[in-house]
Write a protein that binds this ligand. Structure first.
Ligand code: AMP
Length: 121
């Protein structure tokens, strides 16, 4: 998927749309999901322009990938999810229903989250 610089997370990174910043470093920005699906639902996005997980793993440097992954772990801990446990989700591609075409990881926690997916029918 080609990167669309007008996606909402790109606008947040440029400061054109506000967010409640939880964490920021050279590689990542974290903020609460506007439509939380769990008591703790935080998004972590890379600073670079990557459309999804595939794009990120193919084009990002090893330093960006390591820095981003470290940030996800830090944010989960800072948000209080590390003790009780949490789930990471990153939607990628048509089957996943990815809504925002800037790579991001959802951190979900704050309660028992149940099975990973609804049972296949
Ligand atoms: P995905 O379906 O994986 O692309 O998830 C996109 C997520 O971004 C959804 O959970 C939305 O609720 C969330 N979202 C969309 N706009 C904003 C925003 N301005 N601030 C925070 N979260 C947002």
């Amino acid at each position: 998927m080609p990167y669309d610089p007008n996606n909402i997370f790109a606008k947040i990174l440029r400061g054109e749309i506000p967010c409640k910043k939880i964490y920021e470093d050279e590689f990542a920005l974290a903020f609460p999901d506007i439509n939380p699906k769990a008591p703790m639902h935080v998004l972590v996005i890379p600073k670079g322009a990557y459309a999804d997980h595939q794009d990120f793993t193919i084009r990002a440097s090893a330093a960006e990938i390591a820095g981003f992954e470290k940030a996800v772990g830090k944010v989960a801990k800072m948000a209080g999810a590390a003790e009780g446990g949490y789930r990471l989700i990153s939607n990628c591609g048509a089957n996943s229903h990815q809504e925002v075409p800037h790579y991001h990881v959802h951190i979900l926690g704050g309660r028992a989250l149940g099975p990973m997916l609804a049972k296949m029918s």
